[in-house]
Design a protein around this ligand. Sequence first.
Ligand SMILES: NC(=O)c1ccc[n+]([C@@H]2O[C@H](COP(=O)([O-])OP(=O)(O)OC[C@H]3O[C@@H](n4cnc5c(N)ncnc54)[C@H](O)[C@@H]3O)[C@@H](O)[C@H]2O)c1
Length: 257
Amino acid sequence: MELKHRVAIVTGAVGVIGQGICRTLARHGMRIAVADLDLARCNQFAGELNATGATATGVAVDVTSKASTEDMARKVVETFGEIDVLVNNAGIIALGSLVDLAEEKWDHVINVNLKGPFLCAKAVAPYMIARKSGRIINMSSVAAKRPSPLQSAYAASKHGIVGLGQVWCQELAAYNITVNTICPGFIDSSMWRDHLGPALAPAFDSTPAQLIDTLARAFMPLGHPQTADDIGQAVAYFAMADNVSGQTLAIDGGFTM
Ligand SMILES: NC(=O)c1ccc[n+]([C@@H]2O[C@H](COP(=O)([O-])OP(=O)(O)OC[C@H]3O[C@@H](n4cnc5c(N)ncnc54)[C@H](O)[C@@H]3O)[C@@H](O)[C@H]2O)c1
């Protein structure tokens, strides 16, 4: 698919990886719906993209709400006339051992990371089906390939989204809609700063701030963390590819293979 002038919704768009995806798709000439919880932050980032010559608009969405995801899809079609690409990127993490992880934290992670993509795809797919064209790109994680302790809810949600992609690939193929999944490696964001860094640094004789580099050097053949633009490149590839569906691609410097 030629991306120029096509329309992408990116959820979690004002987060670190979301911004990288939006910037990359904008460089390809796509029109971008910057979708995240806080409308003011969406509008601000859409404005920054527009200042570079892009065409972007902010739209508030809570991916855990059916009404909100339907509202998002309707507003994007009203604004841009179509939806060509949905990037289910919004996600959160909560850490805790099997014994300690609170049920509420489990529910929150599963709701955002697993139910969220389900509701977003459910809201957007009818528009894609009507035009017999579309791309759905889901954000999983290396936690779906090489999960770590303390990640029950997160790893379950990220394994689950791989399964959703394989089901939707088959259900939507007749409408020329591809569904693919990306597993990012280590990208410096609030997930590392607020959760993984403080929890895991002592076990690796590191500081929270240095943990991401420590782990990349120790476990990634390429030896350094990934960037949000690395993930944007993979999203752009799946958005362009006409004959690739049901795939799960790790962007992790060789951490998983
Ligand atoms: N950072 C990493 O190393 C890494 C690794 C693997 C996978 N991922 C995945 O990449 C995605 C983006 O993560 P990130 O690192 O950019 O984190 P981030 O915290 O910077 O961004 C996440 C975004 O999701 C949004 N969000 C949270 N709950 C939401 C909801 N209910 N509705 C709508 N938006 C909501 C947040 O507001 C935030 O902008 C996530 O799915 C995450 O699991 C990240």
